[in-house]
Design a protein around this ligand. Sequence first.
Ligand SMILES: CC(C)(COP(=O)(O)OP(=O)(O)OC[C@H]1O[C@@H](n2cnc3c(N)ncnc32)[C@H](O)[C@@H]1OP(=O)(O)O)[C@@H](O)C(=O)NCCC(=O)NCCS
Length: 426
Amino acid sequence: MDNALLSINDQEVEFPVTEGTENEVGFDIRKLRGSTGTITIDPGFANTGSCKSGITFINGEEGILRYRGYAIEDLAEHSSFLDVAYLLIYGELPTRDELDAFHVEITRHSLLHEDMKKFFEGYPATAPPMSVLSTIVSSLSAYYPSGDSDEEINLNVVRLLAKLNTIAAFSYKKSIGQPYIYPRNDLSYAADFMHMMFAVPSENYELDELLVKTLDMLLILHADHEQNCSTSTVRMVGSSGADLFSAISAGISALSGPLHGGANTAVIDMLEMIRQDGSNFQKYVEKAKDKNDPFRLMGFGHRVYKNFDPRARVIKKIADEVLGQLGIDDPLLDLAKQLERIALEDEYFVARGLYPNVDFYSGILYRAMGIPTNMFTVMFALGRLPGWIAQWLEMKNDPDTRIYRPRQIYTGHNAREYVQIGRRAN
Ligand SMILES: CC(C)(COP(=O)(O)OP(=O)(O)OC[C@H]1O[C@@H](n2cnc3c(N)ncnc32)[C@H](O)[C@@H]1OP(=O)(O)O)[C@@H](O)C(=O)NCCC(=O)NCCS
């Protein structure tokens, strides 16, 4: 493709083309302001590439998602979560020996400093688990100072991966008043999480292999999603030179919003509300279409996927299988399917490319595992961690990285004379 020519009044400026390995095209406007004094405006950054990245490829029109070139469907079916975490962070799938060594490394760091348990005790039982997660991750900087060598950085990467599992489970135990269950080195990442969540010291806890495998797969499906809101937050905070823990803590906060990771909780709340309202889903489809009504169908729509969300396809299939095998008859799953059917046939949703996204079915699966609704977004954060780390490392090592500092178009008052307090109108 040719370079872009922009003509502003009498001036013509040329912007070089940047092409990606999947032929996506961007125009490099780095010289725009310097040569013309103007900027672009793009609220929500839907047309703005903030970086070049070799981690995740998405084609929203065709419903393609790949991590480091591997199809999400293959990874979900054949890999483990740690396999995928290694792939995202170090760039290649590990050999068997590398994966074993990685698992050992992770297990060596899964304990929390005993003093950190006091942090959990300071929270009310009603504290939202995402705010607990974010503040405890942020406080890791106080225990594990950031060094600049590759070894020191890698050590903190491993610590964070290992400890987030424990922090997430501890935050749940705190919220229900049960004793913390310490991690076990003989278990896989997902199995260890289930054990720390659901075991109690007074009896034996039997892990259910089907649920462990399902959780592992859910974590894989969430592991990265290129420059979404929380990942961009991680990169933005990191671009100032802030350490890994601070950047990831900010990412967790960004993820907590209902338009992002909080949507999986919002989906269950919405389905529950519809059920209590006599399962009249048509009424809610109409509400979602009404521009004067703020109601939206949670779990529908995506900034990037305008055809289908490949993760939602995998999850929907697994949800049917898992619930069938467990013999769970969840009325919310039936409701979700009915709602999906109606919405997919409706002109409003079809015209806008609004399809069920990853959050639409994941909540149903978490419910089947016994994970409470207020922990759903924490599960998303656990899954997303390797992606955030990989993106933070890529940002840090990219010579093109500058501190994130967008511009604005100012729409406030022009200069005016200062008014002393005694002369201001009441
Ligand atoms: C995901 C989401 C934030 C994407 O937002 P976006 O890319 O900014 O898209 P917009 O909000 O501009 O939506 C485009 C159009 O579809 C409509 N729309 C988008 N999502 C909708 C939904 N869930 N229900 C009803 N209408 C929706 C908008 O009203 C808008 O209609 P218009 O063109 O007539 O004004 C948005 O689809 C949403 O709020 N979904 C529900 C929350 C959710 O599931 N989030 C999880 C994301 S993984």
